[in-house]
Design a protein around this ligand. Structure first.
Ligand SMILES: [Cu+2]
Length: 153
């Protein structure tokens, strides 16, 4: 009921907000997300949905990444702080230049984490896991070991 009231409040103000900023409020429910293949910079098998903004351009963005069971992202870093919220499943994160499933931190559903720009890290998911990433675009990553970069698909 409370969620419904909030949604109604958001939509009834949409006209006012659009007049003030040229943009309208948006609501993304889990079932309304449009999942597509994740960009080829990421290992194959993940799906991506953009909730707000355009992660390929400068400016604020919010997106979700759905990882299949056993998914791994080799050691990498970003050119901006990484803000990650686990929506479902568990994201395991390790620090450093060498992938290892021992000693990582398990981020369970509902957990938020921030990894500063330039810090080398890697991640894996044992089960299907959905994370939300938000920040200032353009989003991207650079692999610590060039050989880890996925082959262009
Ligand atoms: Cu990362």
């Amino acid at each position: 009921m409370r969620k419904y009231a909030l949604a109604v409040a958001a939509f009834c103000c949409a006209g006012v907000a659009a007049a003030q900023t040229g943009r309208s409020p948006s609501v993304s429910s889990p079932n309304s997300l449009k999942w597509g293949p994740a960009p080829s910079i990421l290992p194959a098998g993940a799906k991506l949905a953009v909730l707000d903004g355009d992660p390929t351009k400068s400016g604020a963005f919010t997106m979700r990444l759905m990882m299949p069971p056993g998914y791994r992202i080799p050691p990498h870093f970003h050119h901006a702080d990484e803000h990650v919220t686990v929506i479902s499943g568990t994201l395991n994160v390790g620090m450093g230049d060498k992938f290892a499933t021992k000693g990582g931190i398990a981020l369970h559903s509902g957990t938020f984490g921030m990894i500063p720009e330039g810090v080398h890290h890697f991640a894996w998911a044992k089960d299907r896991t959905i994370i939300q990433l938000h920040g200032q675009g353009p989003w991207g990553l650079e692999y610590v070991n060039a050989a880890d970069a996925p082959k262009q698909r």
